[in-house]
Design a protein around this ligand. Structure first.
Ligand SMILES: NC(=O)c1ccc[n+]([C@@H]2O[C@H](COP(=O)([O-])OP(=O)(O)OC[C@H]3O[C@@H](n4cnc5c(N)ncnc54)[C@H](OP(=O)(O)O)[C@@H]3O)[C@@H](O)[C@H]2O)c1
Length: 313
């Protein structure tokens, strides 16, 4: 059995605040408790949600304790299993999720939030698929996306949007995706009919979907749910992951990711078959975690930002 250091490196905050509060700390290596596995982390995805936590938002049910390690998805190798864990063993390569704690060389996580990484899935994909992928997957399920329908996805080039476009195409939907001018060709490569957001957007959307739009998923905010409400007759089929008040105002749905090992396994299997791919717009070393936060907070860009921690050797 390989030696596990008693101290590890992790990107953590000692108080809430801007990105520069996120720095590398030396902290005790966690221990796998009952029902948990201890994972040596290779990559951890970075989300706008992590930046919101750093700023002072506490996710429902979570407790923030300083120094607080951030990060809610990871890929790595199991190095120990806790009492009662029979379905995993040391040496297995896994992908998984937690609310906090993933920007670290080691993390202890419930075995139930961990899935074996298919051999064909690379480390980077396994470390960055869970958060955005599970959010997009949940949204399509809750909006009742069906083959042959037309879906409008606002913010289609982003972390969640990139996943939502591909998952909707995989389910047999026609996808209209909004993005900036720079991302139009990218959206086409994902399988969407691209539309530039901003002034005149409603007319462009009507032109792109002359037979109408059945459902809409807003990953961008900026009042986009109001645009969706103009186009989709059934308000129960428009939803946002960004602006809860607009869900109330329009009669649409407030969508929250419903993460599970089952959902993650489905996403990893799609990746292994080449039917879903994760776009990584930039990889940062753990030391540059603050820069990674500035990047995801920009609100523009293609796909995901990822921290390289072990490096996948
Ligand atoms: N409720 C939940 O469970 C949940 C889960 C995950 C994420 N979220 C939230 O969902 C949001 C998206 O996350 P993400 O990781 O996908 O972020 P992201 O990667 O930054 O993507 C945001 C996208 O929005 C687009 N955008 C910016 N301004 C726009 C506008 N005016 N109209 C239309 N699109 C616009 C950008 O497109 P261009 O680059 O082309 O400008 C960008 O690709 C974040 O606010 C995050 O906190 C919520």
């Amino acid at each position: 059995m390989s030696e596990i250091p008693t101290v590890m490196r992790a990107a953590a905050i000692d108080e809430f605040g801007p990105a520069d509060r996120l720095t590398v700390h030396k902290l005790p290596t966690p221990v796998a408790g009952p029902g948990e596995v201890l994972v040596r982390v290779e990559f951890a995805g970075v989300q706008p949600t992590d930046a919101a936590i750093r700023d002072g938002w506490t996710p429902p049910g979570a407790t923030i304790e300083f120094p607080q390690i951030l990060g809610n998805e990871f890929a790595g190798t199991i190095v120990r299993v806790g009492a009662g864990v029979t379905e995993f063993e040391a040496g297995q390569q896994v992908s998984g999720f937690r609310v906090l704690g993933c920007y670290a060389e080691y993390l202890a996580v419930p075995a139930s939030q961990t899935v074996v990484k298919p051999e064909k899935v690379d480390w980077l994909t396994a470390g960055a698929v869970s958060a955005s992928g599970q959010t997009a997957h949940t949204a399509l399920e809750r909006l009742g996306a069906r083959p042959g329908e037309t879906i409008l996805i606002h913010g289609a080039a982003g972390g969640v949007g990139t996943m939502a476009v591909q998952l909707a195409r995989h389910r047999g939907l026609r996808v209209i995706g909004t993005g900036s001018k720079q991302n139009q060709e990218y959206l086409r490569t994902l399988g969407a009919i691209p539309v530039v957001y901003g002034e005149g957007e409603l007319d462009r959307l009507r032109e792109a979907a002359p037979d109408g739009i059945d459902l809409a998923f807003d990953t961008a905010g900026h009042g986009n749910l109001r645009v969706a409400a103009e186009l989709v007759a059934d308000r129960g089929r428009i939803g946002t992951i960004v602006e809860p008040p607009l869900a109330v105002e329009t009669g649409g749905l407030w969508l929250n990711s419903d993460r599970s090992a089952r959902r993650l396994r489905e996403l990893l299997d799609l990746c292994a078959r080449g039917e879903l791919r994760v776009t990584v717009r930039k990889e940062y070393p753990l030391d540059a975690a603050a820069d990674a936060h500035r990047d995801v907070s920009a609100g523009h860009g293609r796909g995901k930002v990822v921290l390289r921690i072990g490096g996948g050797s």
